[in-house]
Design a protein around this ligand. Structure first.
Ligand code: FAD
Ligand code: NAP
Length: 412
């Protein structure tokens, strides 16, 4: 093992920060370790917030990423409910909102992202909400009741997952998406068409290509005004229109920041002792020969492991191709790889059966797969995407050939 730092501070106690702390200890780090989070709760997982927790099927303590005792047992000083205000790189100190100054030999920035806000008249009205934190979902839960008229703005993962839960809870749900199709940022058109139909069949009034002008109401939101003047009456609005990375303290400290904090393959920023991971970081996407910022649990966990290894001078972990999942109704969508840049899409299976997959190819090589209720397509597709394998489209589409056989015969 290389020379250990005496103190490591991690700013941001979410999925990535918590993983970095755990990995540091796992890899044998024995020095001081402080994990600073501005939310009051201990580190928790966000995926259930728009799924089982919103549905009322999970208690809050099932969200904790580690048991509460873990931090004391591992000698990790967990500071919750306090934010880092600034980073002094010359003095190697982080200043907290409380005024305390924490010295560090290595710093990990894992500040995540925050919801984009609707910049429209009435957006500040009571009842216009977003969904990122446990506090957000607790507020939302109390309003998603049978008969409530809920408008969801944005048909990305947040909007569609929350719509699926709300309609099952008996709310009347309208989804308004600006783009011509749902999930446009994360999946191809075949997947969009499938999910649009699934939501409509479940009773969601789903509209795409919609421009919102503002919100009606005096004390609380009563309607959403669309271009052309039509008003959709409602009792609450959930905005799921994407996120901004929380880069401000890194930017103010003089680190290289664009859409995310720039990092190298070891999660290192422009400063050799400062690392950035998770939603807030731009990183090399080694399977795709470019940089990018990912927003997923897998990316946060992988970033935590990479940063911990780099801080301790240990070999980097083997990198997986990025992967994601989304649960809506009884549909499990599993995605491996990034589909951007695909020049060919191959559908395997019949979407009408609610179990099918879409493979995305570029110049004959597999870039990514979206698998709906199709485990083998996801598992084998993930390997094929990682190795950018060549598989003939006719073979991929042929359900009489098993994914196992396709995987065995693929050429990388
Ligand atoms: P976060 O989890 O956001 O943690 C960052 C933490 O840092 C936050 O607590 C923040 O408040 C804190 N912080 C920010 N600034 C400061 C500061 N200055 N000082 C101290 N603390 C600070 N991904 C999937 O792969 N699958 C899913 O099914 C899925 N579902 C999701 C559902 C929801 C509702 C949401 C919101 C996200 C979902 N995601 C999912 C995305 C995934 O949760 C994120 O990509 C992941 O949480 C990113 O981890 P992170 O640690 O980078 O950021
Ligand atoms: P998202 O995936 O970026 O989707 C936002 C959608 O809202 C986009 O389709 C966007 O269209 C649309 N939009 C933007 N402005 C709009 C407007 N004014 N009116 C109507 N539609 C508008 O982000 P998200 O769904 O908000 O999710 C936020 C974060 O949580 C992301 O990091 C996401 O990955 C994460 N998350 C992940 C999961 C999962 O992995 N299963 C689940 C929930 C949340 P344009 O693209 O055209 O702007």
């Amino acid at each position: 093992m290389g020379v250990q730092p005496r103190s490591v501070v991690i700013v941001g106690a979410g999925q990535a920060g918590c993983q970095a702390a755990a990995s540091l200890r796992q890899l044998g780090y024995e020095g001081a370790l402080t994990l600073v989070g501005d939310e009051p709760a201990p580190p928790y997982q966000r995926p259930p917030l728009s799924k089982a927790y919103l549905k009322g099927e999970l208690e809050a303590d099932r969200l904790w990423l580690r048991p509460i005792e873990f931090y004391a047992e591992q000698n990790i000083e967990l500071l919750t409910g306090v934010g880092a205000k600034s980073i002094d790189l010359a003095a190697m100190k982080v200043e907290l909102g409380s005024g305390a100054r924490l010295p560090f030999d290595a710093l990990v920035i894992a500040t995540g992202a925050r919801p984009r806000k609707l910049q429209l008249p009435g957006a500040q009205l009571d009842g216009v909400m977003d969904l990122r934190t446990l506090a957000d979902v607790d507020k939302l839960k109390s309003r998603v009741v049978p008969g409530a008229r809920m408008v969801v703005v944005g048909a990305g993962y947040i909007g569609l997952e929350a719509a699926a839960v709300a309609v099952k809870l008996g709310a009347q749900v309208t989804v308004l998406e600006a783009a011509p199709r749902v999930l446009g940022r994360v999946a191809g058109p075949e997947i969009s068409r499938f999910y649009e139909q699934a939501h409509r069949e479940a009773g969601v009034d789903l509209r795409t290509g919609v421009s919102i002008q503002g919100f009606e109401g005096t004390d609380r939101v009563r309607g959403v005004r669309l271009a052309g003047g039509v008003v959709v009456p409602c009792d609450l609005v959930l905005a799921g229109i994407g996120v901004h990375p929380n880069v401000e303290i890194a930017h103010a400290a003089g680190l290289l920041v664009g859409d995310g904090i720039h990092t190298d393959g070891q999660a290192r920023t422009a400063h050799p002792d400062v690392y950035a991971i998770g939603d807030v970081a731009r990183r090399p996407l080694v399977h795709y020969h470019r940089d990018g910022r990912l927003e997923s649990v897998h990316n946060a966990i992988e970033g935590g492991k990479i940063a911990a290894a780099a801080i301790l001078g240990q070999p980097a972990p083997v990198l997986e191709t990025p992967w994601f999942w989304s649960d809506q109704y009884e549909l499990k969508l599993q995605t491996a790889g990034l589909w951007t840049g695909a020049d060919e899409m191959v559908v395997r299976g019949d979407p009408a059966t609610r179990a099918f997959a879409v493979f995305y190819l570029k110049e004959g090589r597999i870039l990514a797969v979206d698998a709906v209720n199709s485990g083998p397509e996801f598992i084998v597709g993930k390997k094929l995407a990682a190795s950018a394998s060549r598989v003939a489209p006719a073979v991929l589409a042929d359900k009489s050939i098993s994914m196992k056989d396709i995987g065995a015969k693929a050429v990388s």
